[in-house]
Write a protein of this length. Structure first.
Length: 400
């Protein structure tokens, strides 16, 4: 019997993050559950009265307990942990859509999700219509009787746009499709997506849920029926999470509420500070009043998140000098860890687009995405001050 927290509706999210999914305590039991490395478990036949346990099936104790913790945080009946965020996305979509089916997805998607939908799924007879999520009428126009999934992502990467989920939800309901949302950037602390009508709540747990840039994992949360179908795909395609990684992910989730509070606070403080730094042309953060989705983000989210994007004067060359001058923040293409990371989409997620295509998505050259970590904000400001100075005054020898 596992403690599911929200089922009883008794505990707040910080308590659930620490306790949900753990076995009921008994004298002598370890406070921290052990890692169960066994790939297989004693089982002679159905007369044993339990399900066959096998770690590819996702029913190893570590896999089950991290899933129960995620379900408690999301307020869903069930959840499943998988080997990566992309495993969570692809298995969810394949559980819902097959040959001849149709998907409607936001145009603002993580690069690999976009490639899966536009390049890979057509080979399997699954087509996708991409829509502008900022146009509330677009979802209704795009869905057809064959639509099985409507997919959104928020906040988006790297422009940090926040779109209303409601029109996408209504369109999905109208044709009997499921609504799936990749809310990696928001985490369950900043949005409980199921409460907004999302059927499949998906995270790259590699990012904030794990939180320490030391694992690759994904999760999906939803109804028992949906999770059973996703688990079936996972068993067949083999994208199960390793028990050791499941254990490490569960350890990360224990501190998620505390980390997100600080990520939210530090990112907002840095965003406000960047707006007064000469050489920074634009600062993009949903918590800033000039962000196009500020009002909606304030209404929908419990926090604006740990990401800040800036656009430097001087284009790509300035952004390269900025990255090279950093001593504390590190250039690396991930996010959500305790350490501050910066990346340029033109070198990473959006490398395949032309400069004008990137411009259209709100990612001009000179754009730098910052995943604000848990360091002291004063130290980050000092590091970024020096880097912006180096970016905007290339000729001068800039020292600390
Ligand atoms: C990183 C990321 C993914 C992919 O997750 P992996 O764990 O790398 O497979 C999907 N969606 C978003 C928004 C991400 O940031």
């Amino acid at each position: 019997m596992r403690n599911h927290g929200t089922r009883e509706g008794k505990h707040g999210p910080a308590t659930q993050a620490v306790h949900a999914g753990q076995p009921e305590p008994r004298p002598g039991a370890p406070v921290v559950a052990p890692i169960v490395r066994s790939s297989t478990f004693h089982w002679a036949g159905p007369e044993d009265g339990i399900d066959l346990l096998y770690s590819r099936y996702g029913n190893n104790p570590n896999q089950e307990s991290v899933a129960a913790r995620v379900a408690a945080l999301e307020g869903t009946d069930d959840a499943l942990a998988l080997a990566s965020g992309m495993a969570a996305i692809s298995m969810t979509l394949l559980a819902a859509a097959g040959q001849g089916d149709h998907i409607v997805a936001s145009r603002h998607l993580y690069g690999a999700t976009w490639a899966l939908l536009s390049k890979e799924f057509p080979r399997r007879g699954i087509t996708t219509t991409f829509v502008d999520p900022g146009d509330p009428g677009a979802w209704d126009q795009a869905v057809t009787p064959d639509t099985r999934v409507v997919l959104v992502e928020l906040p988006t990467n790297p422009a940090l746009r926040v779109f209303d989920i409601e029109p996408a939800c209504r369109a999905a309901r109208g044709v009997g499709a499921i609504l799936a949302a990749d809310v990696t950037f928001a985490t369950p602390m900043n949005i409980r997506a199921a409460e907004h009508g999302v059927d499949a709540v998906i995270h790259s747990a590699t990012k904030y849920l794990g939180g320490h840039s030391d694992l690759i994992a994904g999760v999906v949360a939803g109804s028992r029926g949906l999770i059973r179908r996703v688990a079936k795909m996972m068993k067949l395609y083999g994208g199960s999470i390793d028990p050791q990684t499941a254990w490490l992910l569960e350890r990360g989730i224990r501190t998620l509420p505390a980390r997100m509070e600080r990520h939210n606070r530090s990112a907002l403080a840095l965003a406000e500070w960047f707006t007064g730094v000469p050489g920074v042309r634009r600062v993009i953060h949903p918590g800033l009043p000039d962000h196009p989705d500020h009002v909606l983000a304030t209404r929908m989210l419990n926090g604006y998140g740990g990401m800040v994007s800036i656009v430097l004067d001087g284009g790509g060359a300035a952004a390269d000098r900025f990255s090279a001058a950093l001593r504390l923040a590190a250039p690396a293409p991930s996010l959500g860890g305790v350490e501050t990371l910066v990346s340029q989409p033109r070198h990473t997620s959006h490398v395949d687009l032309s400069p004008s295509e990137r411009d259209e998505l709100g990612i001009p050259d000179g754009f730098v995405r910052i995943s604000v970590g848990l360091e002291d904000v004063a130290d980050l400001k000092a590091d970024f001050s020096r880097a912006v100075a180096a970016a905007t005054r290339p000729a001068a020898a800039v020292t600390a």
